[in-house]
Design a binder for this molecule. Structure first.
Ligand code: GDP
Ligand code: IMO
Ligand code: MG
Length: 423
């Protein structure tokens, strides 16, 4: 199966990074196609523990080329920090990391503007990661973006930056902020330019060549379907397309070439940032999930909101992404629960409704319907064979399969690369 894509099927942080790391051993290319360093992908393997934000999680497997596709927006300073962190850990990036010059850059004014937008929203804030991701994508769409390719030509970069600053500084001043200085930004970006240059190379021809020669290509989705700008819980979403189709725009992979679409799903639900969350547990059970699952953001460190598994959301995720199989993560986090609930659907005023029937406000009004299952209260951490799981854990996994209608091929039982069951 030469081209596979891994997509988050809830509100992010399902364990995509650890799963990509696991799969990448047999891959020739691992490719990011959306998002920025708003993503935080945790990998634990023989090299150590890493939180990756921009560099694909497949970077640890020596023969794999790691590509940052044009659909990704880049904070150069953050990317260089990541490069240096990996080099320090002994990972060779030379000729392995390819960054598309078509990637748009996150500039200092994007972060400043994002802060003002969030502040203006008050209690209705999105709860963004504060990385400038939204304003950078907005500039891309309005054709005000500055790309890595512009930075390769210093004069071109300065001209574009001059125009953008003349616009942005007016807005920043009107909002009560301090205007940004052209020379300071230029100086910073010219220093960053020198450091990133060795890795800037369009991945497109390599990927096309890979397609022609039946190489294994793994596309690494960032964020997740309910954070998708079109289909997520708008406006409490991110600013990119997270769907499998996004890899056509964001990495130049034709949709017809994708053989496998794997959905990663946590054994319960979490969300970081604001927005509706029908199965959220704002009680001791929610706290227990957060503690047992160590549910704190890999990017911002914020505590993640926790709740029961929501099969209504997952059925939608399956429909829209066309998942061919699922990877279920963090089953071990449920080891010490006497009862575990699954939300089997929603009602509104006593009538059955679906996720797609309304907006974010609608989702705050619906009532989740639950099915209660018996917990297993036994240790599953580190188990690598399905037959060794406690009976009730198998029931839980099989109930999820029944509810969502797709088979769960992978079950992870710990954050480490090896803690994985293949069925
Ligand atoms: P991503 O954004 O989808 O890559 O996920 P994150 O890395 O942000 O969050 C997933 C968290 O769960 C990380 O801290 C992982 O180390 C951890 N994790 C992943 N799989 C498992 C698992 O099967 N069991 C446990 N206990 N932790 C896991
Ligand atoms: P990974 O790839 C979880 C959330 C933010 C906020 C909303 C908008 O690690 O799963 P943004 O900074 O993108 O404008 O924030 O989206 N968010 C994520 N939540 N995991 C992520 O990525 C996220 N990326 C963005 O918390 O609610
Ligand atoms: Mg994450």
């Amino acid at each position: 199966m030469p081209v596979s894509i891994v997509i988050g099927s809830q509100w992010g942080d399902e364990g995509k990074g650890r799963f990509i790391d696991y799969l990448s051993e047999s891959c020739d290319f691992v490719v990011r196609f959306n998002g920025s360093n708003n993503a935080g992908h945790t990998v634990i393997n023989k090299f150590g523990k890493f939180a990756l934000h921009l560099i694909p999680s497949g970077i640890f497997s020596e023969k794999t080329k790691a590509c940052i596709g044009n659909g990704t927006v880049i904070d150069l300073a953050a990317l260089i920090t990541e490069v240096e962190m990996l080099e320090k850990a002994g990972i060779n990036l030379k000729d392995r990391l390819l960054i598309s010059p078509r990637c748009h850059l996150i500039l200092p004014y994007h972060k400043v503007l994002e802060q003002f937008y969030e502040k203006a929203r008050g209690k209705d804030k999105i709860g963004t990661t504060g990385r400038g991701n939204g304003p950078a994508y907005a500039d891309k769409i309005t054709r005000n973006g500055i790309r890595l390719i512009d930075l390769l030509d210093k004069k071109q970069f300065s001209e574009k930056l001059t125009l953008e600053l003349s616009l942005k500084n007016k807005v920043i001043k009107a909002l009560g902020g301090k205007p940004l200085d052209l020379k300071t930004i230029e100086k910073t970006f010219f220093t960053l330019r020198a450091k990133i240059m060795p890795y800037v190379s369009e991945p497109f021809p390599y990927l096309q060549d890979g397609l022609k020669n039946n190489k294994n290509i793994l596309l690494e989705g960032a964020q997740a379907i309910f954070l998708d700008n079109d289909w997520g819980t708008y406006p409490y979403v991110t600013s990119s397309t997270v769907l499998p189709g996004g890899s056509n725009a964001g990495a130049g992979i034709p949709p017809t070439k994708i053989n496998k679409i794997i959905g990663v799903v946590k054994a319960y639900t979490t969300r970081v940032g604001e927005g509706p969350f029908p199965t959220e547990l704002d009680d001791l059970v929610g706290k227990k999930l957060r503690t047992a699952g160590n549910e704190f953001g890999a990017t911002t460190g914020r505590p993640r909101r926790c709740g029961w598994f929501d099969a209504e959301l997952l059925r939608f995720a399956v429909q829209i992404n066309g998942f061919s199989e699922m990877a279920l993560t963090k089953i071990d986090v449920l080891d010490n629960f006497s009862e575990i609930k699954i939300c089997t659907g929603y009602t509104l005023n006593g009538k059955q409704v679906n996720y797609y029937n309304g907006d974010a406000k609608f989702l705050t009004k619906i009532k989740p319907v639950y099915k209660t299952l018996k917990g297993w209260q036994a240790k599953t951490r580190g188990i690598t064979e399905y037959k060794n799981l406690p009976e009730n854990a198998k029931h839980y996994i099989e109930e999820i399969e029944k509810q969502i209608g797709v088979s769960i091929k992978y079950v992870s039982t710990g954050p480490e690369r090896e803690a994985m069951i293949i069925r």
